[in-house]
Ligand binder design. Sequence first.
Ligand code: SAH
Length: 246
Amino acid sequence: MGKVYLTGAGPGDIELMTVKALRVVKEADVIIYDRLANPEILEEAKNGCEFVYVGKEDGRHIMPQDEINEVIYQNAIKYENVVRLKGGDPFVFGRGGEEALYLQERDVKFDIIPGITSAISAPAYAGIPVTHRGVAVSFRVVTGHESPNKKVSQIPWDNFKTDDTIVFLMGLHNLPKISAKLMEIGKDADYPVAVISKGTTKEQSVVVGTLENIVEKAKNVPTPALIVVGKVVLLRNQLKWFEGNA
Ligand code: SAH
């Protein structure tokens, strides 16, 4: 029985991968990867390494999670070094916890290799600090996948009245509902919002607007994209550094 490395690939820029992730990729006998992991990483693998794509787009699996779990397990039976490569960090909406549990229940050894999550790095590459003295004392990372119109929501919308930064992942398709909901709980129509697409890659694009106009402004933005809500967004005016420099 081999070992599985549940590995964060980082958000896109290949240099944002950890040294540890790079080492296990180089040593891997098989790499099981998602769409969000930068494919250039696979070029680092040794000759003869097998690649298994278990496509995942915007948080929606093309292959059901049960099947992905089983693919990882079957590869652990077959190979010594199994790398499960996931975009960003494996435990930030990456379902890495579920995969680890599946392995743990079957006595398969695993390591977790954290990765730089898009939730902080895409804002950083957009010149948006997720916390900033005097502006935001905390930030939350929230799923944007759940419709804000859902009757019984797991998301504590009423806690979002403060100026703390909110980063929504997997939320682009729900942007109209999310912005409407935030105005409904009392945020101003001109409250700052940014949508960051393909963050940290050469194709990064950033749209800045307000709760009232962001839907219109961001309507043609390609995925993957995340939404940053908060006054920290305004710091981009001074801190923008990446686009055009990549
Ligand atoms: N584990 C990943 C997140 C998986 S959920 C991480 O830690 O980054 C997938 C969502 O992440 C996408 O729908 C999008 O909202 C966000 N995302 C991932 N990579 C991104 C990128 N390079 N730029 C912007 N958003 C990204």
